[in-house]
Design a protein around this ligand. Structure first.
Ligand code: KG4
Ligand code: ZN
Length: 341
C-alpha cells in the first residue's frame, strides 16, 4: 500500500483534517468552520480560534479515520500547516501533528499554507500541468506566481496593501454585511444594477503585476456616506465593488500569463470561489486560447486536503526526518521555501 498522509490545517478559523494516499488520491476530509463563532465579533478573534482548534482537531481526526477505516498504524506521515497564520492557531495543529507523529514513530512535515492553496487545483480532474501561473487570492494574500514545479515558485506580483479578500471583507462591513464579507457581498451584488456607481481600479495601468486595494475601501466609505441607505442602493454599491476587484484581478492575471509566456492559469484561495471572477477569467483567458483551473469549491477556502496533498508531494520529493522539535511561522514568505537550484 502506498504512503498515507494525514493533513492538519489550523492556520486561521477553520480546522481541516484529511487523509491522502498517493495512489488512490484523497481518502477523506473533514472541516469545522468557526465562522458562526467569530461572526458575532465581525472578524476572527485569535484566542477564540486557538481554543476552538483544540476542541475540534482530535474529533475530526477520529472522524476521517472512522470514515475510511484507516488505522493509526497505517498512517505513514503527518503534514501540518506551519505558517503563515495566527500564532496560537498554528501551534495547535503543529503540536498535535508532532505529538502524534512522535507516538507513531513516523515523520512530520510543516507545510506552507500558500503552497497548499497553490497546489490544490492539482487535486481536481483535469489538473493543470507544470509550469503554470497561479493567482492566489485569499483573505490575507493576493499574489501572482509562476509555478514551475513543486517548490519552484517565482513571485510575479502582489498586493502592496490590502488583499483582495480583505477588500471584499472591508467593503462588506461598510455595507453592513456580516463576516466573512466576500460571499455576502457577492450575494448582495447579484441584485445590484450595473453602471450606477464607478469605483477606482487601483494600479490597473501600473505597468507591473502588483495590486493595491486599500484605496477601494476609502472610496466605498465615501459612497456609503453620501448615498441613501436602502437595499437597492447598497446592492448597486456591492455590484460596483465586485466589478472593480474582479476587473483588476482578471486584467493582471491575463497580463501575468502574457509576461510568463504561459497559457494555464490556476486560481487558488477563498476569493477563487467568487462566481463573477470565475466567469470573467474563463472568458478573458479563454479568448487568448488559455485555460483556467480552479480547485473544487470546497477546496478553495481553507481545508485539510490541500495540506495532506502538499505534504504527500513534499515527502515524496525530500528527505524527511523524525525530528519532532517544531516551531510555527505566523509570517512566512513563500520565497523562503522556493528551491531555485
Ligand atoms: O483562503 P481563505 O479561506 O482564507 C485565507 O487564507 O485567507 O480566504 C478567505 C477569503 C475571505 O476574505 C472571504 O471573504 C473570501 O475569501 N471569499 C470570497 C468568496 N468566498 C470567500 N470573496 C468573494 N466572493 C466569494 N464568493
Ligand atoms: Zn487560506
Amino acid at each position: 500500500m502506498s504512503l498515507i498522509t494525514l493533513g492538519i490545517e489550523s492556520s486561521c478559523d477553520e480546522t481541516g483534517i484529511a487523509l491522502y494516499q498517493m495512489e488512490r488520491g484523497l481518502l477523506a476530509h473533514a472541516l469545522h468552520t468557526q465562522v458562526a463563532m467569530h461572526s458575532e465579533y465581525g472578524g476572527v478573534v485569535p484566542e477564540l480560534a486557538s481554543r476552538d482548534h483544540v476542541r475540534r482537531v482530535i474529533p475530526l481526526i477520529r472522524q476521517v479515520m472512522r470514515e475510511t477505516g484507516v488505522s493509526m498504524a497505517q498512517i505513514n506521515a503527518i503534514a501540518y500547516t506551519q505558517g503563515p497564520g495566527l500564532g496560537g492557531a498554528l501551534l495547535v495543529g503543529a503540536s498535535v501533528a508532532n505529538a502524534l507523529a512522535y507516538a507513531l514513530d513516523i515523520p512530520s512535515i510543516g507545510i506552507h499554507h500558500l503552497e497548499g492553496h497553490l497546489l490544490s487545483p492539482l487535486l481536481s480532474d483535469p489538473a493543470p500541468e507544470f509550469p503554470f501561473v497561479a493567482l492566489l487570492v485569499s483573505g490575507g494574500h493576493t499574489q501572482l506566481m509562476r509555478v514551475s514545479g513543486i517548490g519552484q515558485y517565482t513571485l510575479l506580483g502582489e498586493t502592496l496593501d490590502d488583499a483582495a479578500g480583505e477588500a471584499f471583507d472591508k467593503s462588506a462591513k461598510l455595507l453592513g454585511l456580516g463576516y466573512p464579507g466576500g460571499p455576502a457581498l457577492a450575494q448582495l451584488a447579484a441584485s445590484g444594477r450595473p453602471g450606477q456607481y464607478k469605483l477606482p481600479r487601483p494600479m490597473l495601468h501600473s505597468g507591473n503585476l502588483d495590486f493595491s486595494f486599500s484605496g477601494l475601501k476609502t472610496a466605498v466609505l465615501a459612497l456609503v456616506k453620501q448615498s441613501d441607505d436602502d437595499v437597492q442602493t447598497r446592492a448597486d454599491i456591492a455590484y460596483a465593488v465586485q466589478e472593480a476587484i474582479v476587473d483588476v484581478l482578471a486584467y493582471k492575471a491575463r497580463a501575468a500569463l502574457t509576461q510568463a509566456g504561459l497559457d494555464q492559469l490556476v486560481v487558488a484561495g477563498g476569493v477563487g470561489a467568487n462566481q463573477l471572477l470565475r466567469h470573467r477569467l474563463n472568458e478573458d483567458i479563454g479568448k487568448r486560447g488559455g485555460t483556467v483551473f480552479y480547485p473544487d469549491l470546497q477546496f478553495c477556502t481553507d481545508n485539510g486536503a490541500m495540506i495532506a496533498f502538499a505534504g504527500a508531494l513534499r515527502i515524496k520529493q525530500q528527505q524527511t526526518r523524525k525530528d519532532y522539535r517544531f516551531n510555527v511561522k505566523p509570517r512566512w514568505n513563500l520565497a523562503e521555501i522556493t528551491d531555485n537550484s
